[in-house]
Write a protein of this length. Structure first.
Length: 131
């Protein structure tokens, strides 16, 4: 008799942020989560393009403003070239014009780094349940 085992859902995530502190926080939070496979991190937009196109994550957590670049073009690229990849914009630039532009360019979620970090687990659970 064969017992069928339900496969646990795993969400593949890639992060893009130029802050070492955010990188360390993401590493500490994402690595031990058994429902998450953290594919990696990019500190720059050019590196993010390369890694996202080869890794094909289900979710990208993306900062708007990186040291040398804005990530709006990267957001549009993800939306067009990886339509099944969800994006959480995770930024300190949380004014309404930024929120509107991110939604227009394909971000499903928009979080303020300083006040909405705790919403990430809720979003991950939502995405896991929808898979």
């Amino acid at each position: 008799m064969c017992a069928t085992m339900e496969r646990e859902q795993v969400l593949t995530i890639f992060t893009v942020d130029d802050s070492e502190i955010i990188y360390k926080n993401m590493s500490t939070w994402l690595t031990p989560n058994k429902h998450v496979k953290w594919l990696g991190h990019a500190f720059s937009v050019p590196d993010a393009y390369k890694q996202i196109s080869t890794q094909n994550p289900q979710l990208v957590i993306l900062d708007i403003q990186l040291k040398a670049d804005s990530s709006f073009e990267l957001l549009q690229y993800i939306h067009k070239q990886h339509p099944h990849t969800e994006v959480i914009m995770f930024t300190n630039h949380s004014t309404e014009p930024y929120r509107k532009k991110c939604k227009e360019f394909g971000a499903k979620y928009f979080l303020d780094k300083s006040t909405e970090f705790e919403k990430i687990p809720q979003i991950l659970n939502e995405l896991l349940q929808s898979n």
